[in-house]
Every structure is written in C-alpha cells, then in structure tokens.
Write a protein that binds this ligand. Sequence first.
Ligand SMILES: Nc1ncnc2c1ncn2[C@@H]1O[C@H](COP(=O)(O)OP(=O)(O)OP(=O)(O)O)[C@@H](O)[C@H]1O
Ligand SMILES: Nc1ncnc2c1ncn2[C@@H]1O[C@H](COP(=O)(O)OP(=O)(O)OP(=O)(O)O)[C@@H](O)[C@H]1O
Ligand SMILES: [Mg+2]
Ligand SMILES: [Mg+2]
Lengths: 228, 228
Amino acid sequence: MIEAVGLSKSYDTGPSRVDALCGVSFRIERGEYVAIMGPSGSGKSTLMNLIGLLDSPTAGTYRLDGQSVEDFSDDRLAELRCRRIGFVFQSFHLLPRFSAAKNVELPLAYMGLPRGERRARAVAALASVELGARVDHRPNELSGGERQRVAIARSLVNRPDLLLADEPTGNLDSRSGEEICRLFGRLNRELGVTVVLVTHDRGVAEHTRRILHIRDGALVRDEPLGAP
Amino acid sequence: MIEAVGLSKSYDTGPSRVDALCGVSFRIERGEYVAIMGPSGSGKSTLMNLIGLLDSPTAGTYRLDGQSVEDFSDDRLAELRCRRIGFVFQSFHLLPRFSAAKNVELPLAYMGLPRGERRARAVAALASVELGARVDHRPNELSGGERQRVAIARSLVNRPDLLLADEPTGNLDSRSGEEICRLFGRLNRELGVTVVLVTHDRGVAEHTRRILHIRDGALVRDEPLGAP
Ligand SMILES: Nc1ncnc2c1ncn2[C@@H]1O[C@H](COP(=O)(O)OP(=O)(O)OP(=O)(O)O)[C@@H](O)[C@H]1O
Ligand SMILES: Nc1ncnc2c1ncn2[C@@H]1O[C@H](COP(=O)(O)OP(=O)(O)OP(=O)(O)O)[C@@H](O)[C@H]1O
Ligand SMILES: [Mg+2]
Ligand SMILES: [Mg+2]
C-alpha cells in the first residue's frame, strides 16, 4: 500500500538548512499495524506529513497503491486526503469557533452526505472516544485530552482505510490511552484499516505489530513484534 | 506557600454547567515537589489555572503566602504572575510570529532588563532544554517536542520561585522527558524552587515527593512518596 524509496525532506530556515529526513525507505502493506518511534526532533511528524500527502519530499519517491504521488493531480490528492486517509495531528488543529461535533463533521462536507447523516456520524465518532457528553463544547471549553480525542474522532468519521495518528495519546491518562489503543486495534483487526501511529510510549507501540525506529532523520531499525 | 480551602470551579456552557472542581483543599509548602495525576477531564488544568492566578474560583479560598488572592490588586496579580510564577501550558501558547528566543524572552519584558541581557538569558534557558540549535526557529518550524521545550524554557527565564508545569513531557520521548525531570529536580533541590507538575506518566510523578490524585473534580488521595 505504502512504498517509500529514499524519502528525504529538508527545510530552509533563514541562513541554515535542516535535513529533517535523509533517505528513508520502507514498505507498509494493507492491513498492517505499525508504530513509529524516535527522539524528539528526529523526523517522525515530517515523515507522517509525507505519508499523509500533506507535504512533498525534497528527494526520493513515495508510492501509494503502486502509483507515485508525483503523478497525482491536485483533485486526486484532495480526494485521497478526504476519503482514504484519516489524520490525527500532533497539535490537533481544531477550529476554535466550532463545537466538537462540527469539527468532527468537517471531513464529511466533501462527501455529499445529508446534514442529518453528517451529524449522526459525528456524534457516533465522539461516542467511540467517550466524548458523548461534550459534543457541543468548543475546543477552549475542553480539556487537553478531550481535544486530543476530538481530533481522533475527526480522523475516523470518513471511515478511512489508512489511519495516520501522530502521538494520539500524548495528552491522555493511561486508561483513556488504553481505550484509544483498543479502538485502533479493533479498526485494524475487524475493519482491515491500515494503521500507522507515532508514539513516544513503548506500551502503546507494543499494541502494534511492527515498530519503525527513526533517529536523526534516518530509519535505524525495523522491529517486528511477536504475536501478542 | 499555597493553601487551598474548598476550591471549586464551574463553567457555564450553553444550557449545561460543568462542575470542573468541587471543593478541593490542600497545602503545599515552600520547596515542595508535587505531582498532580488523574484521568482526562478530571480538573487538573482547571486547578493549575487557579494556583497560577490565571483564573478565579467559583467558590472556596486560595491563599498564596498566607494572603487570600481575592485581596490582591490587579497590579499585584500581574506582578506575581510575571515574577514569582513560571507556567508551562498544556498547549504551549507560543506566539507564532516570533522565534523561539523571542518567545522565551517575553516574560522578561516586564522586568526592565536591557536587551542584551534578555537575549542572553533566553539563549541560556533554551540551552538548558537542549534547543541551542533552534533559537531562531519559529514555532511552525519546530517539532511538537521542541515547542514543548520552548514553553518550558519560557517558564524558567524569569527565575520563578513557583514553577507550575501542566504535562511538561506529553510530547517528549523518554530520554528528553528524563532530561526535563532532572532539570526540574535540580531547580527544586539546588535552588529551592517549589515545583507542581501535572502528569499522566507515573514515571515522571515518581521523581517528585508527593502525588495529589484528582478524579471528577475532587482530591481523592494525597500520596507521599518515600525518599528515592
Ligand atoms: N471553558 C470551559 N467551559 C466548559 N467546560 C470546560 C471548560 N474548560 C474545561 N471544561 C471541562 O472541565 C473539565 C475539566 O477540564 P480540565 O481541563 O481541568 O481537565 P484535565 O484534568 O486537565 O484533563 P486532561 O488530562 O485531558 O488535560 C473537562 O471535562 C472539560 O470538558
Ligand atoms: N518548517 C520547518 N522549518 C525548519 N525546520 C523544521 C521545520 N519543521 C520541522 N523542522 C525541524 O525538523 C526536525 C524534525 O521535525 P519533526 O517535527 O519531524 O520531529 P518529530 O520527530 O516529530 O519530533 P517530536 O517527537 O518532538 O514531535 C526538527 O529538528 C525540527 O526542528
Ligand atoms: Mg512530532
Ligand atoms: Mg489538562
């Protein structure tokens, strides 16, 4: 499903250049459940943005279902981002003037669903992350962990077949974090969703079946995990 | 130093009211090193905002050094927030148009220090959280963990005697998180800084000497930790 060959990404910041990713290569097949771990600043979010088509590499190729993303039209890219990929951002990116339900509904706006159906799906997604009692709260009326869970619910509402989650439990207590791990595990096992998540928590990573270790922009180790 | 008696905080959101804190009472003496733990949404950030004078209780009293905060003038409140208290926000609150160094310098603007001294202190604070190589990056040019560390550096730059940190390691890998724990531990032991931190990580809490457990807005357990 995902094939990265020599992926590199550099940023030009004022006088200096930051080489955030240097020649990363790997494959992720449909239905896999993968964790990405590594130190702060090692390039994990940069890699997730490339996988999620939110940014383009400075060098190297990235193929989604065998087709190189450089060959995709803007329309195709937009459609992939809306319909096939669900993304949980490390900093949530919720719209401050909208309620939790409206924020979760957002990805559905492009799918031509009637209003009642969009609201129903948003409320169901919020219930799946235990926020049924907060559907009408705005982000500044929510705790940090609640905002994180709204971001998770939003990533699920369009029923993606590829879920990318950048540190989805960083602001959650261990019990809520476990709930989210179980939710992702069910989506993977029961619905065949391909899940790639970045985490700093080894306990979270051990719910997956494979860990890609990143350090200083390079893939330093590909660790398969035994059956749990 | 800190005395809370029956602290309560409610929010009115549309038709409903959320009782975020219900009658919380405790004392924290000068030089203590305390952790606050509890489920997502249990009231920890709400409590931290009250302790840090960023919000006022709906009911109950809060005394800082024996004086009730209701009796403080606006000037006194502003001075306490700027000079005595350092606050690491759960969502960082960095100014997007300013570099890391300028963000860290901000609390010093009120202290009448010359420009060169402010810059020197900001750079030193960033070095103490291993961001010496990122001083001129803006927040959107930093990783999640780097932004968190900028927020930590900013909380230290005015040399507060009370440091309040709301989930300071949520976006950090275990090694960077340990570095931050060691830094806080040194500030506490060597400089006598009173440290109160919210964390979801039991490992981080075990660096402190006392854990206050919050659940559904109430203090349910006060746990002293043996000498490490
Ligand atoms: N401005 C507000 N209006 C309404 N409800 C609010 C507001 N701010 C917070 N809340 C609610 O108050 C409760 C406590 O929030 P708080 O931010 O203190 O939780 P927390 O313990 O810090 O959680 P987390 O671990 O997720 O950060 C939450 O259920 C939240 O939904
Ligand atoms: N727009 C940018 N301009 C310049 N440098 C950048 C930019 N975005 C990220 N960086 C740098 O690239 C490196 C990798 O960033 P990235 O966000 O991928 O790290 P990360 O592994 O996700 O870290 P964390 O665990 O802290 O979230 C960091 O050192 C960061 O400072
Ligand atoms: Mg990141
Ligand atoms: Mg909080």
